[in-house]
Design a protein around this ligand. Structure first.
Ligand code: ZN
Length: 413
């Protein structure tokens, strides 16, 4: 008997068997991944719903109207409850709870300019780096009021391979006026390797499209786990940017110089795209200006570090708008329902609700002057002063706006 070929064969077979999981792992990591697929999603969506094009879309116009208001001195933190749906077929996409919580830490670090990537920011853009004070928290109560950890697992072989299908969100969504819905799947689009997409608020404002609202991401682009591809830690902040009405920094369509995102402090670019730009060299110069490659809304995923002041203002506009019910998400009532933050904790009793009121005289002595301006009718503003509050004569809250001020110190929930 010739032993050698048998041994070689045995070695070969055992090697195949033993190496199989590693082979899958390696293969999964090395498959070409492509960037955010929001343009693909929007294109298909607008083809189906042509009346929602920005030129004809009232919700879009409402959001554009107030973009120039500067919130740079905003002192409030926006807390947004969220639910993470893991849509899986027992594969890599069925990521652990700790991967999810780590992913949300990364999201909040991205929103609050607290990433490990600050070193990639070119000095020219450093002063524009903005702490958005927008934070996301996993739900503690589900839509029926039952306790939850904010992570829901759904087994579906079909949907995990086709994450952009409307049917998935129809089946699994929680009310969008109470939670941001994030869906983790194996493959957001059946026909591409895109990392995922988010819905722009003006595209899903109509009540019959509310269930579509949210973000869909591939498992390899969210959370810290073994299959996370090429440091996509902060991709979720990019998608939240879209969800709060930010375009890519080159604008809504093709990656060309002939249009931009409509925000003054984000230089136009054709984009810095993986994998070619993954070294985070921040001297890229396109469309006659230096690129801000560390901007969350570029495609240079491993370099993501910042939102600008202009982008933050646009996100605030969205959060304070009724478009797609964004303004309800961070209301004290909703934070109590979804996170169990009680009225007492947010000093509800101390709220002065001044809606539809024109203040004609100072309302407190020994105080901090907030503003003598006008709260426009698209806004809901909450101030949490550590001292008593004084409003200058002439301060006005337009009909339809909500203005609330805490007049005693509050303990942060
Ligand atoms: Zn994108």
């Amino acid at each position: 008997m010739n032993v050698l070929p048998t041994l070689i064969m045995l070695f070969y077979l055992s090697g195949q068997v033993l190496l199989l999981p590693n082979f899958c792992f390696a293969n999964d990591k090395l498959t070409t991944k492509t960037n955010c697929g929001v343009d693909q999603y929007n294109k298909e969506f607008l083809a189906e719903h042509p009346h929602l094009k920005p030129t004809e879309n009232e919700a879009y116009k409402m959001l554009q109207k107030r973009q120039n208001i500067n919130y740079k001195n905003n002192s409030a933190t926006y807390t947004i409850p969220m639910v993470v749906h893991i849509v899986h077929n027992y594969g890599y996409e069925n990521i652990s709870n700790s991967a999810v919580t780590d992913g949300i830490i990364d999201l909040n670090d991205g929103m609050r300019a607290n990433t490990q990537n600050n070193g990639f920011i070119h000095p020219d853009f450093d002063s524009l780096k903005t702490d958005t004070k927008i934070e996301f928290v996993l739900a503690k109560f589900d839509p029926d009021g039952n306790p939850t950890n904010g992570i829901v697992r759904h087994q579906s072989r079909f949907f995990t391979e086709n994450g952009s299908k409307a049917g998935m969100r129809f089946e699994y969504h929680w009310p969008r006026n109470k939670y941001l819905n994030l869906y983790i799947v194996r493959q957001p689009f059946a026909n591409s390797n895109s990392s995922g997409f988010a819905t722009f608020p003006y595209l899903v404002n109509e009540p019959d499209k509310a269930y579509l609202d949210g973000i869909v991401l591939a498992y390899w682009a969210f959370g810290r786990h073994n299959f996370l591809y090429n440091e996509w830690y902060y991709m979720i902040a990019h998608e939240v940017g879209h969800w709060l009405n930010l375009y890519h920094i080159w604008g809504p369509d093709e990656q060309l110089c002939d249009e931009d995102d409509g925000i003054e402090d984000t230089p136009n670019t054709i984009g810095n795209t993986l994998p070619e730009r993954s070294a985070c060299i921040n001297t890229s110069f396109q469309c006659n200006s230096l690129d801000n490659i560390a901007n969350h809304m570029d495609y240079a995923t491993p370099c993501q570090a910042m939102f600008t002041t202009g982008q933050t203002n646009r996100m605030y506009t969205t959060l304070n708008s009724s478009v797609s019910e964004r303004s309800n998400l961070h209301s004290p009532e909703n934070l109590e329902l979804t996170l169990g933050i009680t009225n007492e904790q947010v000093c509800e009793d101390d709220i002065l609700d001044l809606s539809n009121t024109i203040i004609t005289e100072n309302i407190a002595a020994n105080s901090t002057i907030i503003t003598n301006g006008i709260v426009p009718n698209t806004y809901s503003i909450t101030l949490n002063a550590q001292d008593s509050i004084k409003l200058k004569s002439g301060f006005k809250v337009e009909t339809g706006a909500s203005f609330k001020a805490y007049n005693e110190p509050c303990t942060d929930p």
